[in-house]
Ligand binder design. Structure first.
Ligand code: FES
Ligand SMILES: [Fe+2]
Length: 401
């Protein structure tokens, strides 16, 4: 799509884009069409079940070379606030320093390896629960009881082990491996950067967080966020009532994408002059490669919620966890707004857990029992899925054929 005018402020850019998506939604609603890939795509069951591919994904997508979202800035706004990031299998603690900078470290004592931060209780320092070595918020060792036993060691050499951490436009990214080469976030995002920057995630206030698990491959679970072809059947009593089935407005930005699913109100727009259209808030599903989905939803004009889903592979191809959180986009406006954001969390968690992830689990069980070459067909209408799988395959260097 055409670049937005860089002179616009973010709110104006969102309005402009919301209108552009509204236009495309109205056209699809009137014609009964949807954005589509040039052709269907045949994936294979083995993409979800092969342990070699799974190991490559863990290593090359989640092993430190790619910045992964660990949270939002307001999850840890003040010096001494901390976040834990364990989901890749490498325990990480992120600390907000006195200088306001977020830094990430292995959550491992440099004495004998004990876990340092057990929870997210803010603190001006980290004291190891084993022998009380103490570290400041920049990772320096500042307390070493019984120092006589450590002659020959300089405190300056015993600081926490850092891992790359960047805070960009309200998102906190971590590359969870000591010694990983830091990646500039704008290089990782490429042309997707302004699409995320316009969300102004630095203003988003956390409201509720939790996790959802499925006995499935992480990619099968991820696929459920990318198409509306299942709304009328799997979600017949919820989003299937309010939104068109099998209709999307899709834009790809390198390995990332945005996909919007038109609501049924789009049909009425086609018969009205555009000047009479209601102004709608910007929204949609934003997929940040490889594992993060940001959904911008609206409660009523001017009042919305932001949901973030971060999907991680478990220890085997058939295990995964989703870290799920909801935020008030520009802060909680009222008690009612807080309740509405909490409802958005609870209702979504209910649908995802009892509908999408049930399918993810029973479908994966079928695939695990099937020949690895069994076709898994992505229709041209499931355009986001084929592009995500191609991007993952490209990155790990294993073809989908
Ligand atoms: S392991 Fe941390 S102080 Fe000993
Ligand atoms: Fe779904």
């Amino acid at each position: 799509m055409a670049d937005a005018d860089p002179g616009l402020n973010w709110a104006a850019r969102r309005r402009q884009q919301a209108r552009a998506i509204q236009r495309r939604s109205a056209a699809h609603a009137a014609a009964g069409t949807t954005d589509m890939a040039p052709a269907p795509f045949v994936n294979r069951a083995g993409t979800y079940t092969d342990p070699v591919r799974f190991a490559a994904e863990r290593r090359q997508l989640f092993g430190g070379d790619i910045p992964l979202v660990a949270g939002l800035s307001r999850d840890m706004p003040n010096p001494g606030d901390r976040l834990l990031f364990d989901e890749t299998g490498v325990p990480i603690v992120i600390l907000r320093g006195k200088d306001g900078v977020a830094r990430a470290f292995l959550n491992m004592c440099t004495h004998r390896g004990a876990r340092l931060a057990i929870d997210c209780t803010p603190s001006a320092r980290l004291t190891c629960p084993f022998h009380a070595w103490t570290f400041d918020l920049a990772g320096n060792l500042i307390g070493l009881p019984g120092a006589r036993g450590f002659e020959g060691f300089a405190k300056a050499d015993l600081g926490l082990v850092p891992v790359p951490c960047s805070e960009w436009q309200g998102l906190i990214f971590v590359q969870p491996r000591a010694g990983a080469t830091p990646v500039a976030i704008e290089d990782h995002l490429g042309e997707f950067a302004p699409e995320l920057a316009q969300l102004e995630l630095g203003r988003a206030e956390p409201v509720k967080a939790g996790e959802m698990r499925a006995a499935s491959n992480w990619k099968f679970a991820l696929d459920t966020y990318g198409e509306s072809y299942h709304f009328a059947t799997l979600h017949a009593s919820t989003i299937g009532q309010t939104h068109f089935n099998d209709m999307c407005v899709y834009d790809r930005f390198g390995p990332h994408h945005r996909v919007s699913f038109p609501d049924k109100g789009a049909l009425a727009l086609a018969s009205q002059p555009e000047a009479d259209w209601p102004e709608v808030d910007y929204g949609g599903v934003h997929y940040l490669f490889p594992n993060t989905v940001l959904f911008i939803g609206s409660i009523e004009p001017g009042k919305g919620f932001t949901q973030i889903f971060r999907l991680f592979p478990g220890k085997s191809p058939g295990e995964m966890v989703t870290k799920f959180a909801v935020y008030a986009p520009t802060g909680v406006q009222s008690d009612q707004h807080r309740a509405e954001c909490e409802f958005a969390f609870d209702a979504t968690a209910q649908v995802v857990s009892t509908e999408d992830y049930v399918i993810a689990a029973n479908g994966w069980a079928n695939m695990a029992a099937a020949d690895p070459m069994t076709p898994v067909i992505f229709g041209a209408n499931e355009i986001a899925l084929s592009n995500v799988h191609r991007a993952i395959a490209d990155r790990i260097g294993l073809s989908l054929d």
